[in-house]
Design a protein around this ligand. Sequence first.
Ligand SMILES: Cc1cc2nc3c(=O)[nH]c(=O)nc-3n(C[C@H](O)[C@H](O)[C@H](O)COP(=O)(O)OP(=O)(O)OC[C@H]3O[C@@H](n4cnc5c(N)ncnc54)[C@H](O)[C@@H]3O)c2cc1C
Length: 480
Amino acid sequence: VRVLLAIVPLLAGVVLALLAGLRRSAPRAVPTGPLDRVGERPRVVVVGGGFGGLSAALGLARSSADLDLVLVDRNNYHLFTPLLYQVAVGVVDSKSITYPLRAIAHRNGFRFLLADVEAVDTEARRLQTSVGSLAYDYLVLALGSVTNFYGLSEVAARAFPLKTVADAEAIRSAVIASLEQADVEADPDQRRRLLTFPIVGGGPTGLELAGALSALLSDVSGREYPGVSESEAHVEVLEAMDTVLAGWAPDTQTRAVERLREQGVKFHFRSGLRGVAGSDYVVGAEEERLAADLLVWAAGVRGNPLVEQLPGDRTRDNRLRVDASLRLPADARVSVIGDCAAFVPEGAERPLPATAPVAIQQGAAVARNILHAVRGEAAEPFEYRHPGNLVALGRHRAAAEIGRFHFDGWPAWLIWRAIHLSWLMGLRNRLQVLLDWSVLYLGPRQTEWLQSTAWPARFRRHPARDAATPPDSASTDEAA
Ligand SMILES: Cc1cc2nc3c(=O)[nH]c(=O)nc-3n(C[C@H](O)[C@H](O)[C@H](O)COP(=O)(O)OP(=O)(O)OC[C@H]3O[C@@H](n4cnc5c(N)ncnc54)[C@H](O)[C@@H]3O)c2cc1C
């Protein structure tokens, strides 16, 4: 059964991945010239090479318009966030979920600039970046979001967010560090602290991590870690509301909890994290104490702080309010999309959620509207088409809502895998992820600690680890 589980999806995936790879087109010439002033061709600057920015840049690059297109990002790779949690549990390698932005730019004939955008001057139509000034005629801001700790600064200093590659690798190191310590720890209180893994937030990210972490713990307890029993090491989900997956269908919400409970995950509802007391966390209205070394925070995001520099209204979670065509009401040359934009569909009360399909569709829409603007045509209003909801729920389980149809268990798990594989960028990444998924049934997990991976700075107690940890090696994305 294990061999079949490994080989059948692998073969099917290899065929799919090869077919997808065949669509690759020939590289186009990339424009050059000064960046601090615009030339004869309209200059479009897209900031952010995530889901939204990339969709906008590709929409523009694949048109026949003669544009001077520049994509700017502080990282030179696109990150496929939906599989980040699998990096945190040692299922896939971080290299398999990143894709070089320069290769995309080269293939599609636009410029890529590795730079941190520090300031936006909409009057002068100019960006201040870490590598100099960048002029634009049209600007697309797809800056994404940062972890939202809702003002709980002590929690922010100690908890582990899951937003970047560094975050995922830090969680993986910290899980292994806890298991290593627990394997030789005699004190029962200390063991409980080491082997309780709370995850704050019952959204899709929290639940996917909960299922995968629970599977990891049950795989290695009593085996690689003979001093840790399966009943001791467990995951607890803390959710402030009385249900998980807010906004999803009630049957999916109930089944998600059932599936994860079957795999040993514990749930605490109406249990928002309030703060920190000594080395414990404080939970819920009753202010209960929770002793845990490794707490993962997956309870929400807020718009990138850079949007605070732009004119216009922002929501409480720091997303810029945009008009019906995703432009700033005060400046039609600036479009804002994805996690940092608050677009409220007609007749709705709340903005669209911060998800990849929203960002991708908005990217394609602003590309069309910039082409309209260049040709002197009117902008189209944005219309979102919801493709459905998907969440992985641990070993061979998932839930999928596609239109009126709701799937659960194995069928949903296969849909989940097929869709994520088709979304992933690059043939090499698809094959690598497939191989990682398949090998999981046959070989051990990646629980080794490589010397090149620093232990998280927030997780120091082991003298050998302290000596190996360079200062401030933890992720700083939320502080940015
Ligand atoms: C762990 C995790 C799992 C997720 N799983 C799913 C899922 O399964 N399905 C789903 O639909 N959504 C998922 N999401 C949400 C999804 O990733 C986001 O909604 C989506 O990435 C938003 O796209 P975006 O283009 O707005 O921002 P991003 O994709 O975050 O891209 C923003 C880009 O801007 C760059 N940037 C930021 N600031 C600057 C600056 N000052 N200068 C230069 N560059 C800058 C960043 O480096 C980044 O490349 C997940 C998110 C996380 C964190």
